[in-house]
Ligand binder design. Structure first.
Ligand code: S3P
Length: 422
């Protein structure tokens, strides 16, 4: 699907953002590991989460969709061997977390994915799982991966990467391993797995950047999922850069480990207010009011990177509209996402007229520049590149054509309908 974006009038109104992708994956997977059945409300309809849902069904869970907002997962008390290989689609979270779950089962499995996922590195999970006693057949640590179900033992793992996917993989394997499994990361990555495991009765302890887990039987809990701050980020950006905008985004997850985008934007002088803060299913949520702002450049580096890793392409768009030089460093792993997001962002924003240079681990962006548009944008099979380019298109002088915009469906099928509504 190719689309054209035109210069926008001020954005006004109130919208509700769809469910968090990370939390939906975890709600589906962890419910599959419990004894009993649970109601999951407000789940993500994105293709990535649907890959996870299909996989837990293939592993013997009963999934009953009540409507597009609610479903019931009945784990049938234990996972069983799938009849065929498990399709992870485009989803790194599905692959890496499922690898942790499947490594310790008493049956074998195989994971595969699409072209983009088959290029992504899996060594980061295979290596620690092998230390726990897991057995794999793989091709240079890439998909497809065959997993031989094995008896696992706890390990004490010091990860070089701050990655919630790696951490969650090891914790889920630890749930089914003898002894204590301990995972330490250099900076704190998103902690949805820890929060949900704890609500489900796992024997889990968190001490700064270290998490310890012991073999535990989970009990099912009903879960209501908040809106996805990573999806809200595109609307926050739009309101900040389209003159005279003023919007409210309702029911957004504001877990501290995901809030790097808000912290950075506030330091850039963004007019953002969190309203009506509350907690649901162990996760903090709020409504977010955003107004068009006079932005200034910042440096983004170090511990904040894992707290905004998925927002860096849209932060690059915002930085092109901030006065001064924004420097983004220590984000090397952005090259290992659905696309190489450093090259893709720099290339497409340059086409639009931004002054952006890629570095080995980030960007240097000079603002504020008038974006001219009048070009064709590629999405690189990457939903976040597609949506970042769309938002940049809203302030371009001339229309922008975006090719293969359907990649938006990976996390946010409702994107076009919502942006048109404001
Ligand atoms: C995710 C963790 C992050 C993020 C991804 C979702 C998760 O990946 O980029 O979109 O749900 O755990 P890494 O753990 O590879 O940084």
């Amino acid at each position: 699907m190719n689309i054209t974006v035109e210069k926008s009038k001020p954005l006004k109104g109130t919208i509700e953002i769809p469910a968090d992708k990370s939390i939906t994956h975890r709600a589906f997977m962890l419910s599959a590991l419990t004894k009993g059945s649970a109601k999951i409300s407000n789940y993500s309809l994105g293709a990535d989460c649907m890959s996870t849902l299909k996989i837990i069904e293939m592993l013997g869970c009963n999934v009953e969709k009540i409507n597009s907002k609610e479903l019931i997962i009945d784990s049938k008390n234990a996972l069983t061997e799938a009849l065929s290989a498990l399709d992870c689609g485009n989803s790194g979270t599905t692959t890496r977390l499922m690898a942790g779950i499947l490594a310790g089962q008493n049956f074998n499995s195989e994971l595969f994915g699409d072209k983009s996922l088959s290029r992504r590195p899996m060594k980061r999970v295979i290596e620690p799982l092998e230390l726990m006693g897991a057995e794999f057949i793989h091709n240079d640590y890439k998909l497809p991966i065959k997993i031989k179900g094995s008896k696992l033992n706890g390990i004490n793992y010091n990860s070089k990467l701050a990655s919630a996917q790696v951490k969650s993989c090891i914790l889920l394997a630890g749930l089914n391993a003898e002894g204590i499994t301990s995972f330490t990361e250099p900076y704190k990555s998103r902690n949805h797995t820890e929060l949900m495991l704890s609500a489900m009765g796992a024997d889990i302890k968190v001490n700064e950047n270290t998490v310890q887990i012991k073999k535990s039987q989970l009990h099912s809990v009903d879960i209501t999922i908040p809106g996805d701050i990573s999806s809200a980020a595109f609307f926050i950006a739009a309101a900040l850069i389209v003159p005279d905008s003023d919007i409210i985004i309702k029911n957004v997850g504001i877990n501290e480990t995901r809030l790097g985008i808000i912290d950075v934007l506030k330091s850039m002088n963004a007019d953002i207010t969190l309203l009506n803060e509350r907690t649901q299913s162990n996760e903090k949520t709020a409504d977010i009011q955003v107004k068009y702002s006079d932005l200034k450049a910042v440096t983004i580096e170090g511990e904040i990177i894992p707290r905004l890793i998925d927002e860096l392409p849209i932060i690059a768009v915002i930085a092109s509209q901030a006065q001064g030089t924004t420097i983004i460093k220590n984000a090397q792993d952005l090259r290992n996402k659905e696309a190489d997001r450093i090259t893709a962002t720099a290339k497409e924003l340059t086409k639009l007229g931004a002054d952006i240079k890629e570095t080995q681990d980030g960007f240097i962006i000079n603002g504020k520049t008038k974006l001219k548009g009048n070009c064709e944008i590629e999405c690189y099979h990457d939903h976040r590149i597609a949506m970042s380019s769309y938002i940049a298109g809203l302030i371009c002088e001339k229309p922008v054509k975006i090719n293969e915009f359907q990649w938006v469906n990976i996390s946010f099928p409702e994107f076009l309908e919502l942006i048109n509504s404001i």
